[in-house]
Design a protein around this ligand. Structure first.
Ligand SMILES: N[C@@H](CCC(=O)N[C@@H](CS)C(=O)NCC(=O)O)C(=O)O
Length: 261
């Protein structure tokens, strides 16, 4: 299998975690979003939404949507199981994953893109912007790129995005109160995997928010997650350190500065 992904992308991190929990080998193909590698015709043939990740299977078929990819991997390699056996718990798991997709990811993108992609995109000429927008398949993503290229998110918008991102912690506290160590059905599942990338980023952006004082159950959950061998294997590099490394590499390279993935 080949995983086309971004090291800092939450949806990609989710799939890397799932692959690591399953102990599955795969070829890692990092996508440079600043260079719009995810908008090339070859990539769009794998993921028509023009976002990462995408999984290319050994038979040449491909899959997109991180939650779908994770369920596919769990179907294909059932051990260790990452979905509850109980049908109701499974449905609750899916609703939680969907909740993070709809209510967490859009807000995290505002915060991440402002530091990772805006510096590069704001340098594009009007002609470059037009040409780049033309390659983006969906109106929402065209809007997001237009914002960072020409109308950067304001501090107020970023504060609102962080506040909305933090709503995840309240939801998790309530679920952990009902279920114990893990979010759904008493065992580690794709629900936990869906939350990890967001909590990891919250722990960098607002460490107090995930402290034992503020949300004891989620803080305990976060400590347990980080002890799992798969967490290290999935490489959750700190955002700020990864960007510094990227920028240092770009400064040494004669090529134009790269906006990261
Ligand atoms: N629902 C999708 C979301 C994928 C997504 O939005 N990926 C972001 C990074 S986390 C991306 O590729 N953004 C690039 C762009 O919008 O151009 C999934 O779970 O796979």
């Amino acid at each position: 299998m080949k995983l086309y992904h971004g090291w800092l992308s939450s949806a990609s991190r989710r799939v890397r975690l799932c692959l690591a929990e399953k102990g599955l080998a795969y070829e890692s193909i990092p996508i440079d979003m600043g260079k719009q590698e995810h908008h090339s015709p070859a990539y769009l043939a794998m993921n028509p939404n023009g976002v990462v990740p995408a999984l290319r299977l050994d038979n040449g078929a491909s899959l997109y949507e991180s939650s779908t990819i994770c369920e596919y991997l769990d179907d294909l390699h059932p051990q260790p199981p990452l979905r509850p056996a109980d049908a109701y718990d499974r449905a609750v798991m899916r609703n939680f994953v969907r909740w993070t997709d709809e209510k967490s990811l859009p807000h995290l993108l505002v915060l991440n893109w402002s530091i990772a992609l805006q510096p590069g995109a704001s340098q594009w000429s009007d002609a470059q912007l037009k040409e780049r927008l033309a390659r983006i398949p969906t109106p929402e993503r065209r809007e997001a790129w237009t914002r960072i290229a020409r109308q950067p998110y304001t501090d107020e918008e970023k504060a609102v995005a962080l506040e909305k991102l933090l709503a995840l912690l309240g939801k998790m506290e309530a679920m952990l109160a009902d279920n114990g160590d893990w979010l759904v059905g008493g065992a580690y599942s794709l629900a936990d995997i869906a939350a990890v990338p967001f909590v990891a980023r919250i722990a960098e952006l607002a460490p107090d928010a995930v402290s034992h004082d503020r949300c004891p159950r989620t803080a305990g959950w976060w400590a347990r997650v980080q002890q799992r061998p798969a967490f290290a294997l999935a490489r959750f590099d700190r955002f700020d350190a990864a960007l510094r490394q990227r920028d240092a590499a770009a400064a040494l390279s004669p090529a134009p500065a790269r906006a990261g993935s």
